[in-house]
Design a protein around this ligand. Sequence first.
Ligand code: G6P
Length: 372
Amino acid sequence: SAAEKGGFRSFMDKEIHDQPHAVADTLLGRTDTAGHLVLDEIRVDEAVLRRVDKIIVVACGTAAYAGQVAKYAIEHWCRIPVEVELAHEFRYRDPVVDARTLVVAVSQSGETMDTLMAVRHAREQGATVLAIVNTHGSTIPRESDAVLYTHAGPEVAVASTKAFLAQITAAYLLGLYLAQLRGTKYPDEIAEILDDLREIPDKIQAVLDAAGAIREVAVAMKDVPSVLFLGRHVGYPVAMEGALKLKEIAYIHAEGFAAGELKHGPIALIETDQPVFIIVPSPRGRDSLHAKVVSNIQEIRARGARTLVVAEEGDEDVLPFADQVFFVPRTASLLAPLLAVVPLQIFACELASAKGLDVDQPRNLAKSVTVE
Ligand code: G6P
């Protein structure tokens, strides 16, 4: 009903606007007064977690992209190798899993059959399974060794938005917890990242408050046949999630690519007026990734692409090559997905609405896929 949508046109629109709360609530109560991480709810023997020599994240759809973001953060903070695998592929390829493997199952519903089968398979092989799940009392946490709940609240729209941000947030907490336990980060460093995380909800709100420009662009683009998305490092899963949202609800062909792959194929797709979103890493980051992605924008613009750039506030280097820029507030490089994905969600939601589609109930899709 209209009341349930809280004045928004759709549940998806409402859930996009709930995201500051989804992140804040997922952080809430998980630090002590001194700002130290407290995750007693992870009821796995600390000795087992200290011995873990590999993490495999299993999930489907949007939850798998949250897992890809988790990989960058956990490897960087904990120095543990992290694989991310679609649950249905993991289950059927004879994966190397043993008692020193931590399998992290990410799922909004906690009922996705493919993810559940992966959980069962992992436990049969002796792995410890930790679930990151939004729905209390669902099957996946019941069958796992431990659960870290996301506190996004009920998600109604089929296409996941606020659960995605909450999954990424929970994965960061897990990474920081393992770093604390294994001593791969100093307590001060962990406290600093937690401070940055606590600033994220207000920064998401700032992105929402500035969404007028992306909405206008989305409406004007409602008849485009295809949109490409490029990102690098943690921007890569953001690009793939942006493309998935557009496919799911607007029925537009969309593909996400790693920006570094451009010259290995995707650049052949660039012709006049092809819209391309580019998720630009922070200019303050290391490894000159920023300059590399800016040069990608230049390359595709020179071939006629219409460039839609998501960049950090104050990044003037992108201006000469951008048809449109959507700025998001500054944050630590690894946390940037929590901000950069928001304009892409709004773009898909607004474009699908402009086409007159039911954004909450896209054709052929189910909120929770409980068959294999
Ligand atoms: C379905 C939904 C997606 C969701 C995926 C995984 O495909 O349409 O939005 O990302 O399932 O669902 P889960 O509940 O396991 O996160």
